[in-house]
Design a protein around this ligand. Sequence first.
Ligand code: HEM
Length: 209
Amino acid sequence: MKLPALPRRYHAASIWFVYAAGLAPAAWGFYLGATGQLIGNPVKIFEHLLGEWALRFLILTLMISPIRDIFGINWIRYRRALGLLAFWYVLMHFLAYMVLDKRLAMDVIFEDITKRWFITIGMAGFLALIPLALTSNRWSIRKLGPKWTRLHRLIYPIAAAGALHYCLSVKVIGPEQMIYAALVVILVGWRFARPSFLEWKRDNRAAAR
Ligand code: HEM
């Protein structure tokens, strides 16, 4: 089955749509919080919402390549938007933690980052995302050449750090954490299995000719 291709003239608009739709959960969460509609602990709820969407966008970014390899659907044009959305969500999650949750108490934040393992791991993921976000432009791709591809492979350990951070942030690992962790394990596994799969696909195509 082949999906109908989106006409070229809509490509740019569709990418902007991904950015707008991707930022909508943060805007909605912020609106609910600002209007007192997040019941319970609004700061925690907002912080969690941002963290979860960060992980979702990391996973979606990693899914683009296997979707193309396995189903032949080319959504590569959305990958940069999805990766940048992941970065913006991690940044907002970090700022929500620093400003709203810890009220910029730097000593507490420093202690958290250095002593609480799940926060140390989250911080490592965040720091590693910065060079990827900074080099996610055509100029850097041209300038860095093959180094760019190597640098951007960091997205795999970053997603693994995000999933681990999520699992370690809870007392008991539940189905939600398991699903995210399993998706990340499968996608990282795909990265290693990909060359053999592509070779197998090539051989099959050649045999069919
Ligand atoms: C790749 C980067 C990161 C990802 C993908 C991520 C994702 C997440 C997710 C999914 C959660 C759980 C949300 C829920 O329970 O629904 C979470 C919780 C949390 N994260 Fe992150 N995070 C990242 C980086 C950070 C950083 C840099 C910090 C702070 C330095 C941080 C601090 C926290 C805190 C304090 C919690 C909540 C723990 C609680 O329940 O009190 N995270 N994060």
